[in-house]
Each structure stands twice: as structure tokens, then as C-alpha cells.
Design a protein around this ligand. Structure first.
Ligand code: NAP
Ligand code: F7E
Length: 363
């Protein structure tokens, strides 16, 4: 039987890497997109036009669109990656977050049941280390109690439990990957890692003066997104449906990430002050290049995430150390140094073209 994957969230960081991964394995890949007033398909533009890659309009908040699409595509595997994925934004848009991140999971499960595919279609749910939230133990594994600590995490907790419920109630092959933070050169620009690597590149190239951040002490277990999508697939190839923690097993602070990113951008940082008054200073120039702003503090913040990937390592044969923290930061900074330089050249060319056209009109 032909492998047919349906990916929700195909335009996102993980959706784009997973599409590449599954296409390379010979899958037919179908992705869900939403209408937008601006072009937002940058991450998958290189895949459009490939014969096995298909895009369809649907929405996680629209049951009928999901039921129709699942019936039309007849997937053998569904990867439910679509979400309002920004924790801070979930405090501003909690109802939308619940609709997409919680009820959206139920809609996918029911779309599969309505089309009588529950015994032929496996489902992967993009769960999250945010479930551990106000952590009750470190490091966190599959048996660590959950304590969600944001509207995003509470919505994702529903997604986790409804997947488990349908697995037990209807004998469906549906599983959650409890993924810790994973980043890449395709990471959204408002997540802390990408915000830092872009700012470090801009500051190194004289395009920005200072980077404003929130909690510098927050600890995360950061991996490389490209390595993590393999695990999503491995979870669905396992002989029984189970949930897995996916993490590197190594923890760093936001401050450590920033120090290394600036180093790779050619700037040595020293830190002075504490709390809201802490500053990152460029050792060579004495200028403040990183400062703290309360605008980036959250009403409740998750500050100590550290995953234990032993089960994934032993049962899936997955290597959590494929890309080290240092390599991850290096990849992201190298990408953003080039991007900032290219944006600058494109900007200069736009100005020159504008000047040329104005000059020609005035002749
Ligand atoms: P992302 O880059 O923010 O992508 C989210 C995707 O969801 C986008 O394709 C987005 O479409 C789509 N989406 C949002 N609302 C939708 C709706 N109503 N209907 C259809 N599609 C919708 O997220 P990511 O980093 O790739 O993460 C993938 C999944 O893993 C998410 O569920 C996230 O919560 C979860 N997760 C991520 C991490 C991490 O560190 N990256 C860790 C644990 C779990 P548009 O492009 O149209 O906005
Ligand atoms: O924040 C702190 C912030 O927004 C990380 C999502 O993919 O991973 C992601 O959620 C930490 C937090 O990611 C800034 O307070 C400091 O403690 O990069 P983030 P996140 O909240 O961990 C999980 C696993 C997911 O499931 C989510 O979908 O960094 N922080 N200063 C900052 N964070 C941001 N965004 N911006 C700052 O300026």
C-alpha cells in the first residue's frame, strides 16, 4: 500500500522539514494551508511543484473542511503539527489557542473516525514539554507529572489526553511526541533563539543597536528541528502506539544562548547587573548590545525544562546528540549573518532601482 501522509501545519518550521523527510522516503505528502493576505509559504516554496507534494485549503477550526479532506486524501499517516504555537501569544489569544490546539486535535480524530479510517490511519500529535510547565521534577521523562503553566500548555494538555483516550477507547494508533524546544534557521522570528541569532547578525553588521529580551535565566533543552522530525516518523513506525519524550538531555539558559550566538557573530559579550538591570556589553566597544525589557516577561513563565530522551533512544534507536547545542547556534547564526547581508544588498538594489526610475522620469 502506498504511504500517504497528511500534514497539518505544513507551512511551519517542523512541517517543512517533515515534508522533505517524508518525500525523500517516497511518501505522497499532502499539506493543509490557510488563506492569508500575504505570501507565507517561504519554508515550503522549494517543494511546491514536486509531483508527490500536494497542498489543500482547510483549517483546524473548521471540522467540515477536515472531514472532507481526510476522506479525499485517505491518509495512512496524519501528522498533526498545526497550532497557535507561541506561548506568550496564548496569553493574548487564549480562546483561539484552545480552539486550534485543543479542539483541533479532537476534530482530526473525529475526521478519521467519520471516514472509517481508524484502523488504517496512524496519527502523530505534536505535544510539548510545556506540559511539564511549573516543573515537578528534573529531568522530565514520560512519567513526570504534568503541570501546564500557560493557556498554550493547558490547550496542549487536552490534545495529549484526547489522543490517549481515542487510543484506548477505539483502539486507534495515535501517539504524542512530547517534544522539547527545537530550533533551526527556519524558526519563527519571535521565538527567543531566532530573535537572538537575527539580532546578533544585525548588530554585528551595524543594522541594529540593541536586543531587548525577557527572562535571561530561563532554562531550555534546545535541539535541532531537522533531527526531531525523524522521531515523529519513528514514533509512527513503532510496533505499538506509545508516547515519547524527544529531547537532547542538555540544558542551557537564554543568557548562554545569547553569549554563544554573539560570539559566532564576532562579538564577545560580558554581562553586568542583575534582573531588569542586567546588560550584555560588547567587550570590544563597551556598548550595551543586550538589555532586559519587562515587555517580554510572561504572566507565568516555564523556567526549568530538561528532557530525558532515554525511552526514544532505547526503543526507537534515535540519537538525541546528532546536532550539539554549539552546532545548532552556529548553524542559525551563519544563516542569519548571510540573510542580513543579503537583505542589505537587496535593499540597496531597490533604492538604486527607485533612483534610476525617478531619474529617467525626470529627464
Ligand atoms: P510553527 O512554525 O508555529 O507552525 C505552526 C503551523 O500551524 C503553521 O503551519 C500554521 O499555519 C499552522 N496553523 C496555525 N493555526 C492553524 C489553523 N487554524 N489551521 C491550520 N493550520 C494552522 O510551529 P512549529 O515550531 O513548526 O511546531 C509544530 C508543532 O509542534 C506545533 O503544534 C507546536 O505547538 C508543537 N511544538 C513545537 C515545539 C518547538 O520547539 N518548535 C516544541 C514542542 C511542540 P500558518 O503558516 O498559516 O500560520
Ligand atoms: O521562549 C524566554 C521565555 O518563546 C523560551 C514553542 O515552540 O517551545 C516553544 O515555547 C524562553 C521562555 O519558546 C524572550 O520567557 C526571554 O522562558 O523561545 P520561546 P517557549 O515558550 O519555550 C515549546 C516546547 C513549545 O511547545 C512552543 O510551541 O525564553 N525569553 N526573552 C523569551 N522568549 C521570547 N519569545 N522572547 C524574548 O524576548
Amino acid at each position: 500500500m502506498k504511504n500517504v501522509a497528511l500534514i497539518t501545519g505544513v507551512t511551519g518550521q517542523d512541517g517543512s522539514y517533515l515534508s522533505e523527510f517524508l518525500l525523500a522516503k517516497g511518501y505522497d505528502v499532502h499539506g493543509i494551508i490557510r488563506r492569508s493576505s500575504v505570501d507565507y509559504r517561504e519554508r515550503i516554496a522549494h517543494l511546491e511543484g514536486k509531483p508527490n507534494f500536494h497542498l489543500h485549503y482547510a483549517d483546524m477550526s473548521d471540522s467540515m473542511s477536515l472531514v472532507k479532506l481526510v476522506g479525499q486524501v485517505q491518509p495512512t499517516e496524519i501528522y498533526n503539527l498545526a497550532a497557535q504555537s507561541h506561548v506568550q501569544v496564548s496569553f493574548d489569544a487564549p480562546e483561539f489557542t484552545a480552539d486550534v490546539d485543543a479542539v483541533g486535535v479532537l476534530r482530526i480524530l473525529e475526521a478519521v473516525r467519520t471516514n472509517h479510517l481508524e484502523q488504517t490511519c496512524k496519527i502523530y500529535q505534536a505535544s510539548t514539554s510545556e506540559l511539564y510547565g511549573k516543573v515537578e521534577e528534573v529531568p522530565q521523562n514520560e512519567n513526570t507529572p504534568f503541570h501546564p503553566y500557560s493557556p498554550y500548555a493547558v490547550a496542549k494538555l487536552y490534545g495529549f489526553w484526547i489522543i490517549k483516550e481515542y487510543r484506548e477507547a477505539y483502539n486507534m494508533f495515535c501517539c504524542s511526541g512530547i517534544l522539547f524546544n527545537h530550533e533551526s534557521e527556519r524558526r519563527g522570528e519571535t521565538f527567543v533563539t531566532r530573535k537572538i541569532t537575527l539580532a546578533a547578525a544585525r548588530i554585528a553588521q551595524g543594522k541594529q543597536d540593541c536586543l531587548y529580551l525577557g527572562n535571561l535565566d530561563s532554562l531550555r533543552d534546545w535541539g535541532y528541528a531537522k533531527d526531531y522530525v525523524e522521531c515523529m516518523w519513528l514514533i509512527l513506525q513503532h510496533d505499538k502506539p506509545e508516547d515519547f519524550v524527544i529531547a537532547t538531555g542538555v540544558q542551557h539558559t537564554v543568557r548562554e544562548f545569547a553569549t554563544l550566538a554573539f560570539k559566532y557573530a564576532g562579538i564577545e559579550l560580558k554581562w553586568e547587573g542583575e534582573g531588569i538591570d542586567e546588560k550584555g556589553i560588547n567587550v570590544a566597544t563597551g556598548k550595551v548590545v543586550v538589555a532586559v525589557s519587562p515587555d517580554f516577561y510572561r504572566p507565568t513563565d516555564v523556567v526549568n525544562l530538561w528532557g530525558d530522551p532515554t525511552k526514544a533512544k532505547n526503543e526507537l534507536g534515535w540519537n538525541p546528540q546528532t546536532t550539539s547545542f554549539e552546532e545548532l547556534v552556529k548553524i542559525m547564526v551563519a544563516h542569519d549573518m548571510q540573510k542580513v547581508a543579503a537583505d542589505h544588498v537587496a535593499g540597496v538594489m531597490r533604492i538604486n532601482l527607485q533612483e534610476y526610475l525617478e531619474h529617467r522620469e525626470n529627464r
